[in-house]
Design a protein around this ligand. Structure first.
Ligand code: NAD
Length: 298
Protein backbone atom coordinates (compact mmCIF):
# COMPACT_ATOMS: atom_id res chain seq x y z
CA UNK A 1 0.00 0.00 0.00
CA UNK A 2 1.10 3.56 -0.55
CA UNK A 3 1.66 5.69 2.48
CA UNK A 4 -0.42 8.72 3.50
CA UNK A 5 2.13 10.91 5.24
CA UNK A 6 0.49 12.65 8.22
CA UNK A 7 3.66 14.50 9.15
CA UNK A 8 3.76 16.14 5.73
CA UNK A 9 0.10 17.17 5.95
CA UNK A 10 0.57 18.42 9.54
CA UNK A 11 3.61 20.49 8.49
CA UNK A 12 1.51 22.14 5.77
CA UNK A 13 -1.28 22.91 8.28
CA UNK A 14 1.17 24.29 10.86
CA UNK A 15 2.76 26.50 8.20
CA UNK A 16 -0.67 27.81 7.23
CA UNK A 17 -1.57 28.51 10.88
CA UNK A 18 1.73 30.39 11.32
CA UNK A 19 1.03 32.49 8.20
CA UNK A 20 -2.45 33.39 9.48
CA UNK A 21 -1.13 34.37 12.93
CA UNK A 22 1.67 36.45 11.39
CA UNK A 23 -0.86 38.24 9.16
CA UNK A 24 -3.14 38.92 12.16
CA UNK A 25 -0.23 40.44 14.05
CA UNK A 26 0.66 42.53 11.03
CA UNK A 27 -2.90 43.89 11.13
CA UNK A 28 -2.16 44.92 14.75
CA UNK A 29 -4.41 42.21 16.20
CA UNK A 30 -3.41 40.33 19.32
CA UNK A 31 -2.23 36.75 18.92
CA UNK A 32 -4.79 34.06 19.84
CA UNK A 33 -4.32 32.66 23.35
CA UNK A 34 -4.70 28.95 24.15
CA UNK A 35 -4.79 27.82 27.77
CA UNK A 36 -4.01 24.19 28.60
CA UNK A 37 -5.06 22.77 31.95
CA UNK A 38 -3.14 19.78 33.26
CA UNK A 39 -4.27 18.02 36.42
CA UNK A 40 -1.82 15.63 38.10
CA UNK A 41 1.36 14.05 36.76
CA UNK A 42 0.14 11.58 34.12
CA UNK A 43 3.31 10.95 32.07
CA UNK A 44 1.66 10.70 28.63
CA UNK A 45 -0.45 13.79 29.34
CA UNK A 46 2.69 15.76 30.26
CA UNK A 47 4.15 14.84 26.86
CA UNK A 48 0.96 15.69 24.95
CA UNK A 49 0.56 19.06 26.65
CA UNK A 50 4.24 19.92 26.12
CA UNK A 51 3.85 19.12 22.38
CA UNK A 52 0.75 21.31 22.14
CA UNK A 53 2.46 24.26 23.85
CA UNK A 54 5.53 23.86 21.64
CA UNK A 55 3.35 23.78 18.51
CA UNK A 56 1.64 27.02 19.67
CA UNK A 57 5.03 28.69 20.15
CA UNK A 58 6.14 27.66 16.66
CA UNK A 59 2.96 29.04 15.10
CA UNK A 60 3.06 32.32 17.08
CA UNK A 61 -0.04 31.45 19.13
CA UNK A 62 0.23 32.58 22.75
CA UNK A 63 -0.22 29.80 25.29
CA UNK A 64 -0.46 29.33 29.02
CA UNK A 65 -0.24 26.16 31.06
CA UNK A 66 -2.33 25.87 34.21
CA UNK A 67 -0.76 23.07 36.20
CA UNK A 68 -2.84 21.65 39.02
CA UNK A 69 -2.06 18.98 41.62
CA UNK A 70 -3.60 15.49 41.45
CA UNK A 71 -5.57 16.37 44.61
CA UNK A 72 -7.47 19.22 42.89
CA UNK A 73 -11.19 18.81 43.56
CA UNK A 74 -13.81 18.93 40.85
CA UNK A 75 -15.23 22.14 42.38
CA UNK A 76 -11.79 23.79 42.24
CA UNK A 77 -11.30 22.79 38.60
CA UNK A 78 -14.78 24.03 37.63
CA UNK A 79 -14.04 27.38 39.35
CA UNK A 80 -10.82 27.71 37.32
CA UNK A 81 -12.74 26.93 34.12
CA UNK A 82 -15.36 29.57 35.02
CA UNK A 83 -12.53 32.14 35.31
CA UNK A 84 -11.04 31.09 31.97
CA UNK A 85 -14.48 31.19 30.34
CA UNK A 86 -14.95 34.76 31.59
CA UNK A 87 -11.45 35.94 30.64
CA UNK A 88 -11.80 37.96 27.44
CA UNK A 89 -8.13 37.35 26.55
CA UNK A 90 -8.55 33.56 26.42
CA UNK A 91 -9.56 32.16 23.02
CA UNK A 92 -9.18 28.43 23.58
CA UNK A 93 -9.27 26.14 26.61
CA UNK A 94 -8.18 22.54 26.64
CA UNK A 95 -8.32 20.33 29.68
CA UNK A 96 -5.97 17.43 29.07
CA UNK A 97 -7.67 14.05 29.50
CA UNK A 98 -7.69 11.67 31.28
CA UNK A 99 -8.50 13.38 34.57
CA UNK A 100 -8.00 11.85 38.02
CA UNK A 101 -10.86 9.44 38.76
CA UNK A 102 -12.50 11.72 41.37
CA UNK A 103 -13.24 14.31 38.65
CA UNK A 104 -16.06 13.78 36.15
CA UNK A 105 -14.83 14.32 32.58
CA UNK A 106 -18.40 14.99 31.48
CA UNK A 107 -18.78 17.76 34.09
CA UNK A 108 -15.50 19.33 32.97
CA UNK A 109 -16.35 19.13 29.27
CA UNK A 110 -19.76 20.68 29.91
CA UNK A 111 -18.21 23.45 32.04
CA UNK A 112 -15.90 24.59 29.21
CA UNK A 113 -17.46 27.44 27.23
CA UNK A 114 -18.47 25.99 23.82
CA UNK A 115 -16.93 29.02 22.03
CA UNK A 116 -13.55 28.22 23.64
CA UNK A 117 -13.86 24.41 23.45
CA UNK A 118 -11.01 23.83 20.99
CA UNK A 119 -11.13 20.06 21.62
CA UNK A 120 -14.68 20.10 20.23
CA UNK A 121 -15.98 17.84 22.99
CA UNK A 122 -18.79 20.07 24.37
CA UNK A 123 -22.32 18.77 23.59
CA UNK A 124 -23.10 22.08 21.87
CA UNK A 125 -20.21 21.57 19.44
CA UNK A 126 -21.15 17.90 18.93
CA UNK A 127 -24.77 18.93 18.32
CA UNK A 128 -23.77 21.61 15.83
CA UNK A 129 -21.46 19.13 14.12
CA UNK A 130 -24.32 16.61 13.88
CA UNK A 131 -26.48 19.30 12.25
CA UNK A 132 -23.64 20.24 9.84
CA UNK A 133 -23.52 23.77 11.28
CA UNK A 134 -20.23 25.64 11.84
CA UNK A 135 -18.69 24.01 14.93
CA UNK A 136 -15.40 23.31 16.60
CA UNK A 137 -14.91 19.69 15.47
CA UNK A 138 -12.86 17.26 17.56
CA UNK A 139 -9.23 17.49 16.47
CA UNK A 140 -8.57 13.88 15.41
CA UNK A 141 -11.60 13.61 13.06
CA UNK A 142 -10.73 17.07 11.70
CA UNK A 143 -7.20 15.78 11.08
CA UNK A 144 -8.55 12.78 9.14
CA UNK A 145 -10.60 15.12 6.96
CA UNK A 146 -7.48 17.28 6.40
CA UNK A 147 -5.54 14.17 5.36
CA UNK A 148 -8.22 13.13 2.82
CA UNK A 149 -8.33 16.70 1.47
CA UNK A 150 -4.55 16.99 1.17
CA UNK A 151 -4.28 13.80 -0.88
CA UNK A 152 -7.33 14.67 -2.98
CA UNK A 153 -9.05 11.40 -2.08
CA UNK A 154 -12.52 11.28 -3.65
CA UNK A 155 -15.16 10.56 -1.02
CA UNK A 156 -18.43 11.41 -2.78
CA UNK A 157 -20.50 8.29 -3.33
CA UNK A 158 -17.89 6.04 -1.73
CA UNK A 159 -18.51 3.54 1.04
CA UNK A 160 -16.81 4.55 4.28
CA UNK A 161 -16.63 2.05 7.11
CA UNK A 162 -15.70 3.41 10.54
CA UNK A 163 -14.64 0.94 13.23
CA UNK A 164 -15.38 2.56 16.59
CA UNK A 165 -18.13 4.84 17.89
CA UNK A 166 -16.42 6.92 20.60
CA UNK A 167 -17.32 10.57 21.09
CA UNK A 168 -13.71 11.51 20.40
CA UNK A 169 -13.18 9.73 17.07
CA UNK A 170 -15.69 7.17 15.75
CA UNK A 171 -18.97 9.04 16.09
CA UNK A 172 -17.79 12.47 14.88
CA UNK A 173 -15.87 11.03 11.91
CA UNK A 174 -18.92 8.91 10.95
CA UNK A 175 -21.00 12.11 10.94
CA UNK A 176 -18.45 14.13 8.98
CA UNK A 177 -17.99 11.45 6.31
CA UNK A 178 -21.74 11.14 5.72
CA UNK A 179 -22.49 14.87 5.52
CA UNK A 180 -22.84 17.00 2.42
CA UNK A 181 -19.39 18.58 2.50
CA UNK A 182 -16.21 18.38 0.39
CA UNK A 183 -14.68 15.39 2.24
CA UNK A 184 -18.07 13.80 2.88
CA UNK A 185 -21.04 12.43 0.96
CA UNK A 186 -20.00 8.86 1.72
CA UNK A 187 -22.34 6.04 2.56
CA UNK A 188 -21.16 5.34 6.10
CA UNK A 189 -21.29 2.13 8.11
CA UNK A 190 -20.27 2.45 11.76
CA UNK A 191 -19.02 -0.75 13.38
CA UNK A 192 -18.48 -1.21 17.11
CA UNK A 193 -17.84 -3.83 19.77
CA UNK A 194 -21.24 -5.48 19.16
CA UNK A 195 -20.82 -5.74 15.39
CA UNK A 196 -21.15 -9.35 14.30
CA UNK A 197 -18.80 -10.47 11.49
CA UNK A 198 -16.63 -7.33 11.26
CA UNK A 199 -14.84 -8.36 8.00
CA UNK A 200 -18.21 -8.54 6.22
CA UNK A 201 -18.51 -4.76 6.65
CA UNK A 202 -14.88 -3.65 6.48
CA UNK A 203 -14.50 -5.54 3.17
CA UNK A 204 -17.11 -3.19 1.71
CA UNK A 205 -15.04 -0.10 2.48
CA UNK A 206 -13.54 2.19 -0.13
CA UNK A 207 -12.39 4.20 2.89
CA UNK A 208 -11.78 2.31 6.12
CA UNK A 209 -11.23 4.35 9.30
CA UNK A 210 -10.19 2.31 12.30
CA UNK A 211 -10.44 3.72 15.84
CA UNK A 212 -11.09 0.67 17.99
CA UNK A 213 -8.17 0.84 20.41
CA UNK A 214 -7.27 -2.80 19.68
CA UNK A 215 -3.72 -3.43 18.40
CA UNK A 216 -3.64 -5.31 15.10
CA UNK A 217 -7.45 -5.77 14.98
CA UNK A 218 -7.58 -5.19 11.23
CA UNK A 219 -5.70 -7.65 9.04
CA UNK A 220 -5.57 -8.53 5.35
CA UNK A 221 -8.92 -10.37 5.51
CA UNK A 222 -10.67 -7.13 6.54
CA UNK A 223 -9.46 -4.96 3.67
CA UNK A 224 -10.56 -4.81 0.07
CA UNK A 225 -7.75 -4.21 -2.46
CA UNK A 226 -7.50 -0.56 -3.46
CA UNK A 227 -9.01 0.74 -0.21
CA UNK A 228 -7.86 3.83 1.67
CA UNK A 229 -7.14 2.71 5.23
CA UNK A 230 -6.81 5.29 8.02
CA UNK A 231 -5.40 3.78 11.21
CA UNK A 232 -6.20 5.93 14.24
CA UNK A 233 -5.21 3.50 17.03
CA UNK A 234 -2.06 4.15 19.04
CA UNK A 235 -0.48 1.51 21.27
CA UNK A 236 2.87 1.20 22.95
CA UNK A 237 3.99 -2.43 22.69
CA UNK A 238 6.98 -3.89 24.57
CA UNK A 239 9.90 -4.51 22.21
CA UNK A 240 12.95 -5.67 24.22
CA UNK A 241 14.90 -5.97 20.94
CA UNK A 242 14.70 -2.20 20.37
CA UNK A 243 17.01 0.24 22.22
CA UNK A 244 14.06 2.21 23.65
CA UNK A 245 12.26 -1.02 24.68
CA UNK A 246 8.94 -0.37 22.96
CA UNK A 247 7.31 0.10 19.60
CA UNK A 248 4.30 2.19 18.57
CA UNK A 249 1.64 0.27 16.63
CA UNK A 250 -1.91 0.94 15.48
CA UNK A 251 -5.17 -0.98 15.18
CA UNK A 252 -4.13 -2.20 11.73
CA UNK A 253 -1.62 -5.04 11.23
CA UNK A 254 0.18 -2.92 8.64
CA UNK A 255 2.70 -5.63 7.71
CA UNK A 256 -0.16 -7.74 6.29
CA UNK A 257 -1.19 -4.96 3.90
CA UNK A 258 2.24 -4.13 2.43
CA UNK A 259 1.65 -6.01 -0.85
CA UNK A 260 -1.93 -4.85 -1.36
CA UNK A 261 -2.95 -1.98 -3.62
CA UNK A 262 -4.41 1.07 -1.93
CA UNK A 263 -3.37 3.68 0.60
CA UNK A 264 -2.53 3.42 4.29
CA UNK A 265 -2.26 6.15 6.91
CA UNK A 266 0.19 4.34 9.20
CA UNK A 267 0.99 4.45 12.90
CA UNK A 268 3.18 6.21 13.77
CA UNK A 269 3.33 9.05 11.23
CA UNK A 270 -0.31 9.14 10.10
CA UNK A 271 -3.21 10.73 11.94
CA UNK A 272 -1.20 11.35 15.17
CA UNK A 273 0.69 14.48 14.00
CA UNK A 274 -2.53 15.88 12.51
CA UNK A 275 -4.37 16.05 15.83
CA UNK A 276 -2.25 18.92 17.20
CA UNK A 277 -2.30 20.71 13.84
CA UNK A 278 -6.13 20.59 13.89
CA UNK A 279 -6.21 21.78 17.50
CA UNK A 280 -4.31 24.92 16.48
CA UNK A 281 -6.67 25.45 13.54
CA UNK A 282 -9.60 25.17 15.97
CA UNK A 283 -7.92 27.82 18.14
CA UNK A 284 -7.84 30.16 15.12
CA UNK A 285 -11.52 29.44 14.43
CA UNK A 286 -12.46 30.09 18.07
CA UNK A 287 -10.46 33.34 18.03
CA UNK A 288 -12.08 34.51 14.80
CA UNK A 289 -15.68 33.74 15.81
CA UNK A 290 -15.47 35.02 19.36
CA UNK A 291 -13.59 38.24 18.53
CA UNK A 292 -15.34 38.86 15.21
CA UNK A 293 -12.01 39.06 13.37
CA UNK A 294 -11.90 37.51 9.90
CA UNK A 295 -8.93 35.19 9.41
CA UNK A 296 -6.63 36.48 6.64
CA UNK A 297 -6.66 34.29 3.55
CA UNK A 298 -2.91 33.60 3.33
P1 NAD B 1 -12.56 4.12 22.79
O1 NAD B 1 -12.02 3.00 23.61
O2 NAD B 1 -13.28 5.25 23.45
O3 NAD B 1 -13.53 3.53 21.67
C1 NAD B 1 -13.20 2.37 20.96
C2 NAD B 1 -14.36 2.01 20.07
O4 NAD B 1 -14.02 0.85 19.33
C3 NAD B 1 -15.64 1.69 20.83
O5 NAD B 1 -16.69 2.46 20.27
C4 NAD B 1 -15.86 0.19 20.63
O6 NAD B 1 -17.24 -0.12 20.46
C5 NAD B 1 -15.09 -0.09 19.35
N1 NAD B 1 -14.51 -1.44 19.34
C6 NAD B 1 -13.71 -2.00 20.29
N2 NAD B 1 -13.38 -3.26 19.94
C7 NAD B 1 -13.96 -3.50 18.74
C8 NAD B 1 -14.01 -4.63 17.87
N3 NAD B 1 -13.36 -5.76 18.17
N4 NAD B 1 -14.72 -4.52 16.74
C9 NAD B 1 -15.37 -3.38 16.43
N5 NAD B 1 -15.36 -2.27 17.21
C10 NAD B 1 -14.67 -2.34 18.36
O7 NAD B 1 -11.31 4.67 21.95
P2 NAD B 1 -11.04 6.06 21.18
O8 NAD B 1 -10.85 7.14 22.16
O9 NAD B 1 -12.03 6.23 20.07
O10 NAD B 1 -9.61 5.71 20.56
C11 NAD B 1 -9.43 4.63 19.68
C12 NAD B 1 -7.95 4.48 19.38
O11 NAD B 1 -7.48 5.66 18.75
C13 NAD B 1 -7.07 4.31 20.62
O12 NAD B 1 -6.01 3.45 20.31
C14 NAD B 1 -6.56 5.71 20.88
O13 NAD B 1 -5.32 5.71 21.56
C15 NAD B 1 -6.41 6.22 19.48
N6 NAD B 1 -6.51 7.68 19.36
C16 NAD B 1 -5.55 8.31 18.63
C17 NAD B 1 -5.59 9.68 18.47
C18 NAD B 1 -4.54 10.37 17.66
O14 NAD B 1 -3.94 9.79 16.82
N7 NAD B 1 -4.28 11.60 17.86
C19 NAD B 1 -6.63 10.42 19.06
C20 NAD B 1 -7.63 9.74 19.76
C21 NAD B 1 -7.56 8.36 19.90
Amino acid sequence: MERLDGKKVADALHAQTARVVAALKQQQHEAPLLVAVLVGNHAASETYVASKIKACERAGIASRLVRLPETTTQAELLAILADLNADADVDGILVQLPLPSHISETAVIEATHPAKDVDGFHPENMGRLAKNLPALAPATPAGIVAMLAHYGIETKGKTCVVVGRSNVVGTPISLLMSQNRPQGNCTVITCHSHTVDLPRYTQMADILIVAAGKPGLIGKEHVRPGAVVIDVGIHRIDAPDLPRGYRIVGDVAAEQLTDMSGWLSPVPGGVGPLTIASLLQNTLQAYSRRRGIALPNV
